[in-house]
Design a protein. Sequence first.
Length: 131
Amino acid sequence: MELQKKQFKYKGQTLEELQKLGVREFAKLLKSRQRRTILRNFQEAENFINRSKEKIRKNKLIKTHKRDLVIVPQMIGMKIQIYNGHNFTPVEIVGEMLGHKFGEFSPTRVRIKHSKAGVGATKGSMAKSKK
């Protein structure tokens, strides 16, 4: 008895079917906010795809500052680096990311790790720091 790997589907369509669609046809499958974003700047998404394919051919890294770009099926499999305001975060695009924006995968705020209080932060440590 073999376990079959579950095939990825988005809104009932396989990945191959989705990649045959253009950016504007794919937008019809998205929720309203993402659809509106794509239909307003579909040229931006198409330009990004074309430029990144050229960079892949030349074995160059794909770096971008475009955190508001919606992920479309033609981007699946790309390894890109998204700027978060401080550095570039490496991200590999997979099928589950369809319809999300680049910025969601490169957080701008670092998670705070609270530890014990520093010198001067409490009354007890104030006495030690005055000596």
